[in-house]
Write a protein that binds this ligand. Structure first.
Ligand code: G3H
Ligand code: 13P
Ligand code: ZN
Length: 338
Protein backbone atom coordinates (compact mmCIF):
# COMPACT_ATOMS: atom_id res chain seq x y z
CA UNK A 1 0.00 0.00 0.00
CA UNK A 2 1.14 3.53 -0.81
CA UNK A 3 1.43 5.68 2.32
CA UNK A 4 2.63 9.17 3.28
CA UNK A 5 6.17 8.92 4.64
CA UNK A 6 5.10 10.67 7.83
CA UNK A 7 3.08 7.56 8.79
CA UNK A 8 6.17 5.37 8.59
CA UNK A 9 8.30 7.80 10.57
CA UNK A 10 5.63 8.22 13.26
CA UNK A 11 5.36 4.44 13.65
CA UNK A 12 9.15 4.18 13.80
CA UNK A 13 9.28 6.86 16.51
CA UNK A 14 6.54 5.22 18.56
CA UNK A 15 8.38 1.92 18.38
CA UNK A 16 11.99 3.11 18.53
CA UNK A 17 13.33 1.99 15.20
CA UNK A 18 14.73 3.53 12.00
CA UNK A 19 13.71 3.06 8.37
CA UNK A 20 16.22 2.72 5.53
CA UNK A 21 15.53 5.14 2.69
CA UNK A 22 16.87 3.40 -0.38
CA UNK A 23 17.67 5.11 -3.68
CA UNK A 24 16.45 3.66 -6.95
CA UNK A 25 17.09 4.27 -10.63
CA UNK A 26 15.74 1.11 -12.27
CA UNK A 27 13.47 -1.90 -12.01
CA UNK A 28 15.96 -4.31 -10.47
CA UNK A 29 16.70 -1.97 -7.56
CA UNK A 30 12.99 -1.64 -6.81
CA UNK A 31 12.57 -5.42 -7.04
CA UNK A 32 15.52 -5.97 -4.68
CA UNK A 33 14.03 -3.63 -2.08
CA UNK A 34 10.54 -5.12 -2.27
CA UNK A 35 11.75 -8.73 -1.98
CA UNK A 36 13.93 -7.74 0.99
CA UNK A 37 10.92 -6.01 2.56
CA UNK A 38 8.67 -9.00 1.99
CA UNK A 39 11.15 -11.42 3.51
CA UNK A 40 11.69 -9.23 6.58
CA UNK A 41 8.15 -7.78 6.89
CA UNK A 42 9.58 -4.25 6.60
CA UNK A 43 7.95 -0.94 5.70
CA UNK A 44 9.69 0.72 2.76
CA UNK A 45 10.91 4.16 1.76
CA UNK A 46 11.86 4.19 -1.92
CA UNK A 47 13.57 7.41 -2.91
CA UNK A 48 14.53 8.94 -6.24
CA UNK A 49 16.99 11.79 -6.67
CA UNK A 50 16.85 14.41 -9.41
CA UNK A 51 19.55 12.39 -11.13
CA UNK A 52 17.35 9.28 -10.95
CA UNK A 53 14.37 11.16 -12.39
CA UNK A 54 16.53 12.38 -15.24
CA UNK A 55 18.14 8.98 -15.90
CA UNK A 56 14.97 6.91 -15.67
CA UNK A 57 12.25 9.41 -16.63
CA UNK A 58 9.38 10.25 -14.27
CA UNK A 59 6.84 8.10 -16.11
CA UNK A 60 9.00 4.94 -15.88
CA UNK A 61 9.82 5.66 -12.24
CA UNK A 62 6.21 6.29 -11.27
CA UNK A 63 4.97 3.13 -12.94
CA UNK A 64 7.79 1.02 -11.50
CA UNK A 65 7.11 2.28 -7.98
CA UNK A 66 3.37 1.81 -8.40
CA UNK A 67 4.00 -1.71 -9.71
CA UNK A 68 5.77 -2.41 -6.42
CA UNK A 69 2.77 -1.06 -4.51
CA UNK A 70 0.41 -3.24 -6.56
CA UNK A 71 2.48 -6.40 -6.25
CA UNK A 72 3.11 -6.09 -2.50
CA UNK A 73 -0.20 -4.81 -1.04
CA UNK A 74 0.88 -5.95 2.43
CA UNK A 75 3.97 -3.69 2.47
CA UNK A 76 3.53 0.03 3.24
CA UNK A 77 5.57 2.00 0.71
CA UNK A 78 6.43 5.72 0.74
CA UNK A 79 7.57 7.29 -2.54
CA UNK A 80 10.06 10.00 -1.64
CA UNK A 81 11.94 12.67 -3.60
CA UNK A 82 15.58 12.76 -2.46
CA UNK A 83 17.38 16.15 -2.43
CA UNK A 84 14.88 18.36 -4.24
CA UNK A 85 16.90 21.45 -5.20
CA UNK A 86 14.03 23.92 -5.57
CA UNK A 87 10.28 24.19 -4.87
CA UNK A 88 9.40 23.38 -8.50
CA UNK A 89 11.27 20.08 -8.32
CA UNK A 90 9.24 19.16 -5.23
CA UNK A 91 5.97 20.25 -6.84
CA UNK A 92 6.58 18.17 -9.96
CA UNK A 93 7.32 15.14 -7.74
CA UNK A 94 4.00 15.71 -5.92
CA UNK A 95 2.28 15.80 -9.32
CA UNK A 96 3.93 12.46 -10.12
CA UNK A 97 2.37 10.91 -7.02
CA UNK A 98 5.29 11.02 -4.59
CA UNK A 99 3.96 10.88 -1.03
CA UNK A 100 6.97 12.67 0.39
CA UNK A 101 9.50 15.24 -0.80
CA UNK A 102 12.82 16.53 0.43
CA UNK A 103 13.39 20.25 -0.07
CA UNK A 104 17.15 20.44 0.36
CA UNK A 105 17.43 24.17 0.93
CA UNK A 106 20.81 23.75 2.61
CA UNK A 107 22.17 24.31 -0.90
CA UNK A 108 21.10 26.91 -3.45
CA UNK A 109 19.08 25.74 -6.47
CA UNK A 110 22.36 24.92 -8.29
CA UNK A 111 22.73 22.03 -5.82
CA UNK A 112 26.29 23.17 -5.04
CA UNK A 113 26.48 26.50 -3.24
CA UNK A 114 25.66 26.50 0.48
CA UNK A 115 22.54 28.64 1.03
CA UNK A 116 21.97 31.09 3.88
CA UNK A 117 19.68 30.18 6.75
CA UNK A 118 17.05 32.68 5.55
CA UNK A 119 17.11 31.33 1.98
CA UNK A 120 16.75 27.80 3.33
CA UNK A 121 13.76 28.75 5.51
CA UNK A 122 12.05 30.59 2.64
CA UNK A 123 12.16 27.72 0.09
CA UNK A 124 11.44 25.03 2.65
CA UNK A 125 8.41 26.88 4.08
CA UNK A 126 7.08 27.38 0.56
CA UNK A 127 7.25 23.61 -0.05
CA UNK A 128 5.74 22.75 3.35
CA UNK A 129 2.73 25.00 2.67
CA UNK A 130 1.96 23.34 -0.67
CA UNK A 131 2.94 19.75 0.22
CA UNK A 132 0.91 19.69 3.43
CA UNK A 133 -2.13 20.99 1.55
CA UNK A 134 -1.87 17.72 -0.42
CA UNK A 135 -1.07 15.58 2.65
CA UNK A 136 2.49 15.02 1.43
CA UNK A 137 5.37 14.72 3.92
CA UNK A 138 8.32 17.16 3.83
CA UNK A 139 11.95 16.60 4.80
CA UNK A 140 14.21 19.65 5.14
CA UNK A 141 17.96 19.89 5.69
CA UNK A 142 20.01 22.16 7.88
CA UNK A 143 23.82 22.02 7.68
CA UNK A 144 25.55 20.65 4.58
CA UNK A 145 26.91 17.17 3.90
CA UNK A 146 30.33 16.64 2.38
CA UNK A 147 31.16 15.20 -1.04
CA UNK A 148 29.60 15.46 -4.49
CA UNK A 149 27.33 12.82 -6.05
CA UNK A 150 26.40 13.16 -9.69
CA UNK A 151 26.98 16.92 -9.58
CA UNK A 152 24.97 17.36 -6.36
CA UNK A 153 26.75 18.58 -3.24
CA UNK A 154 28.99 21.32 -1.93
CA UNK A 155 32.07 19.08 -2.08
CA UNK A 156 34.70 19.31 0.63
CA UNK A 157 34.72 17.62 4.01
CA UNK A 158 31.65 16.60 5.94
CA UNK A 159 32.92 18.78 8.76
CA UNK A 160 32.75 22.06 6.81
CA UNK A 161 29.08 22.84 7.59
CA UNK A 162 28.02 20.72 10.56
CA UNK A 163 24.49 21.44 11.88
CA UNK A 164 24.13 23.95 14.70
CA UNK A 165 21.51 22.47 17.12
CA UNK A 166 20.13 25.92 18.04
CA UNK A 167 19.65 26.74 14.36
CA UNK A 168 17.99 23.35 13.81
CA UNK A 169 15.48 24.18 16.53
CA UNK A 170 14.65 27.57 14.97
CA UNK A 171 14.45 26.01 11.49
CA UNK A 172 11.83 23.44 12.49
CA UNK A 173 9.72 26.10 14.21
CA UNK A 174 9.96 28.41 11.19
CA UNK A 175 9.20 25.80 8.51
CA UNK A 176 7.03 23.06 10.06
CA UNK A 177 8.94 20.22 8.34
CA UNK A 178 8.03 16.65 9.28
CA UNK A 179 11.60 15.40 9.15
CA UNK A 180 14.98 17.07 9.42
CA UNK A 181 18.21 15.98 7.78
CA UNK A 182 21.27 17.00 9.74
CA UNK A 183 24.97 17.21 8.91
CA UNK A 184 27.19 15.46 11.44
CA UNK A 185 30.40 14.90 9.45
CA UNK A 186 29.25 12.39 6.84
CA UNK A 187 29.53 12.73 3.06
CA UNK A 188 27.67 11.20 0.15
CA UNK A 189 29.43 8.50 -1.84
CA UNK A 190 32.03 5.83 -1.15
CA UNK A 191 34.72 8.08 0.36
CA UNK A 192 33.57 9.40 3.71
CA UNK A 193 36.34 8.73 6.22
CA UNK A 194 39.95 7.57 5.85
CA UNK A 195 39.80 5.42 8.97
CA UNK A 196 37.05 3.95 11.16
CA UNK A 197 35.30 7.14 12.31
CA UNK A 198 35.47 8.31 15.89
CA UNK A 199 33.49 11.10 17.57
CA UNK A 200 35.80 13.85 16.27
CA UNK A 201 34.78 13.23 12.63
CA UNK A 202 31.38 11.53 13.02
CA UNK A 203 29.61 13.79 15.46
CA UNK A 204 26.83 11.62 16.86
CA UNK A 205 26.76 13.91 19.89
CA UNK A 206 25.14 16.57 17.66
CA UNK A 207 22.25 14.21 16.95
CA UNK A 208 21.80 13.69 20.67
CA UNK A 209 21.72 17.44 21.28
CA UNK A 210 19.26 18.08 18.42
CA UNK A 211 17.00 15.28 19.65
CA UNK A 212 17.07 16.78 23.14
CA UNK A 213 15.89 20.12 21.68
CA UNK A 214 13.47 18.61 19.13
CA UNK A 215 12.11 15.38 20.65
CA UNK A 216 9.12 15.35 18.28
CA UNK A 217 10.99 15.90 15.01
CA UNK A 218 12.03 12.87 12.98
CA UNK A 219 15.76 13.12 12.29
CA UNK A 220 17.35 11.91 9.06
CA UNK A 221 20.91 10.72 8.53
CA UNK A 222 22.15 11.13 4.95
CA UNK A 223 25.40 9.68 3.67
CA UNK A 224 24.76 6.63 5.85
CA UNK A 225 26.24 3.85 3.78
CA UNK A 226 28.58 1.67 5.79
CA UNK A 227 30.80 0.96 2.75
CA UNK A 228 31.41 -2.70 3.72
CA UNK A 229 35.01 -3.76 3.25
CA UNK A 230 33.89 -7.09 1.70
CA UNK A 231 32.01 -5.32 -1.08
CA UNK A 232 34.87 -2.93 -1.91
CA UNK A 233 37.25 -5.92 -1.89
CA UNK A 234 34.96 -7.83 -4.26
CA UNK A 235 34.75 -4.87 -6.65
CA UNK A 236 38.56 -4.67 -6.67
CA UNK A 237 39.04 -8.45 -6.90
CA UNK A 238 37.09 -8.46 -10.15
CA UNK A 239 38.91 -5.61 -11.83
CA UNK A 240 37.62 -2.49 -10.01
CA UNK A 241 39.91 0.24 -8.74
CA UNK A 242 38.33 1.61 -5.58
CA UNK A 243 40.44 3.26 -2.91
CA UNK A 244 40.26 2.09 0.70
CA UNK A 245 37.41 3.84 2.48
CA UNK A 246 35.33 3.80 5.64
CA UNK A 247 31.62 4.47 5.92
CA UNK A 248 29.25 4.98 8.83
CA UNK A 249 29.42 1.90 11.11
CA UNK A 250 26.04 0.24 11.71
CA UNK A 251 26.49 0.60 15.47
CA UNK A 252 26.73 4.40 15.09
CA UNK A 253 23.49 4.43 13.08
CA UNK A 254 21.90 2.31 15.80
CA UNK A 255 23.07 4.88 18.34
CA UNK A 256 21.43 7.59 16.21
CA UNK A 257 18.19 5.59 16.13
CA UNK A 258 18.19 5.62 19.94
CA UNK A 259 18.28 9.43 19.67
CA UNK A 260 15.54 10.30 17.21
CA UNK A 261 16.93 9.17 13.83
CA UNK A 262 14.00 7.66 11.94
CA UNK A 263 15.17 7.75 8.31
CA UNK A 264 18.56 6.47 7.23
CA UNK A 265 19.65 7.19 3.65
CA UNK A 266 21.59 4.42 1.93
CA UNK A 267 22.54 4.38 -1.73
CA UNK A 268 26.28 3.68 -2.07
CA UNK A 269 26.14 0.26 -0.34
CA UNK A 270 23.56 -0.91 -2.86
CA UNK A 271 25.64 0.46 -5.73
CA UNK A 272 28.61 -1.54 -4.43
CA UNK A 273 26.47 -4.67 -4.10
CA UNK A 274 25.27 -4.38 -7.69
CA UNK A 275 28.65 -3.53 -9.20
CA UNK A 276 30.55 -6.27 -7.37
CA UNK A 277 28.04 -8.89 -8.52
CA UNK A 278 28.13 -7.73 -12.14
CA UNK A 279 31.94 -7.59 -12.17
CA UNK A 280 32.08 -11.14 -10.81
CA UNK A 281 29.90 -12.48 -13.63
CA UNK A 282 31.92 -10.57 -16.24
CA UNK A 283 35.25 -11.77 -14.80
CA UNK A 284 34.28 -15.41 -14.24
CA UNK A 285 32.09 -16.00 -17.28
CA UNK A 286 33.22 -13.60 -20.02
CA UNK A 287 31.22 -15.59 -22.57
CA UNK A 288 27.91 -14.38 -21.08
CA UNK A 289 26.06 -11.61 -22.86
CA UNK A 290 22.42 -11.90 -21.73
CA UNK A 291 21.83 -8.97 -19.33
CA UNK A 292 19.69 -11.25 -17.16
CA UNK A 293 22.79 -13.32 -16.40
CA UNK A 294 24.34 -10.41 -14.53
CA UNK A 295 21.29 -8.33 -13.55
CA UNK A 296 19.74 -11.23 -11.60
CA UNK A 297 22.84 -11.75 -9.39
CA UNK A 298 23.12 -7.97 -9.02
CA UNK A 299 19.54 -7.83 -7.78
CA UNK A 300 20.17 -10.70 -5.33
CA UNK A 301 23.29 -8.98 -4.02
CA UNK A 302 21.41 -5.70 -3.44
CA UNK A 303 18.55 -7.59 -1.80
CA UNK A 304 21.01 -9.09 0.72
CA UNK A 305 22.30 -5.61 1.65
CA UNK A 306 18.74 -4.27 2.00
CA UNK A 307 17.75 -7.15 4.27
CA UNK A 308 20.79 -6.54 6.45
CA UNK A 309 20.00 -2.83 6.77
CA UNK A 310 16.28 -3.42 7.41
CA UNK A 311 17.18 -5.82 10.19
CA UNK A 312 19.92 -3.63 11.70
CA UNK A 313 17.73 -0.49 11.73
CA UNK A 314 14.85 -2.36 13.41
CA UNK A 315 12.19 -1.85 10.73
CA UNK A 316 11.99 -5.61 10.11
CA UNK A 317 8.81 -7.09 11.54
CA UNK A 318 6.86 -3.83 11.39
CA UNK A 319 5.20 -3.74 7.94
CA UNK A 320 2.14 -5.69 9.06
CA UNK A 321 1.68 -3.45 12.12
CA UNK A 322 1.22 -0.25 10.09
CA UNK A 323 -2.29 0.85 9.15
CA UNK A 324 -3.04 2.48 5.83
CA UNK A 325 -3.55 6.25 6.07
CA UNK A 326 -4.62 8.30 3.06
CA UNK A 327 -3.20 11.60 1.91
CA UNK A 328 -6.67 13.09 2.55
CA UNK A 329 -6.42 12.13 6.23
CA UNK A 330 -3.02 13.81 6.34
CA UNK A 331 -4.51 16.98 4.81
CA UNK A 332 -6.87 17.31 7.80
CA UNK A 333 -4.06 16.39 10.21
CA UNK A 334 -1.90 19.26 8.93
CA UNK A 335 -4.86 21.68 8.73
CA UNK A 336 -5.61 21.08 12.43
CA UNK A 337 -2.01 21.84 13.38
CA UNK A 338 -2.12 25.31 11.82
O1 G3H B 1 22.21 12.06 -2.57
C1 G3H B 1 22.78 11.14 -3.09
C2 G3H B 1 22.15 9.89 -3.54
O2 G3H B 1 23.10 8.87 -3.40
C3 G3H B 1 21.63 9.99 -4.95
O3 G3H B 1 22.67 10.09 -5.83
O4 G3H B 1 22.17 12.06 -7.28
O5 G3H B 1 23.75 10.23 -8.02
O6 G3H B 1 21.27 9.80 -7.89
P1 G3H B 1 22.45 10.58 -7.35
P1 13P C 1 25.33 7.22 0.72
O1 13P C 1 26.14 7.76 -0.42
O2 13P C 1 26.15 7.13 1.98
O3 13P C 1 24.67 5.92 0.41
O4 13P C 1 24.17 8.30 1.04
C1 13P C 1 22.96 8.27 0.34
C2 13P C 1 22.15 9.51 0.61
O5 13P C 1 22.33 10.25 1.56
C3 13P C 1 21.05 9.77 -0.35
O6 13P C 1 20.39 10.98 -0.08
ZN1 ZN D 1 21.56 12.52 0.77
Amino acid sequence: MLVPMRILLDHAAENNYGVAALNVNNMEQIQAIMEAAKETNSPVIIQASRGARKYTNDAYLRHLMLAAVELYPEIPVAMHLDHGNAPDTCFSAIQQGFTSVMMDGSLAADGKTPATYDENVAVTKQVVDVAHAFGVTVEGEIGVLGGIEDGHGAGGSGLDHVTDPAEAERFVAATGVDALAVAIGTSHGAYKFDKKPTGDVLKMSIIEEIHRRLPNTHLVMHGSSSVPRELVDLVNKYGGKMKESYGVPLEEIQRGIKHGVRKVNVDTDNRLAITSAIRKVFAETPDKFDPRDYMAPARESMKAVCKERMTAFGQAGNASKIKSVSLATMVSFYAKKK
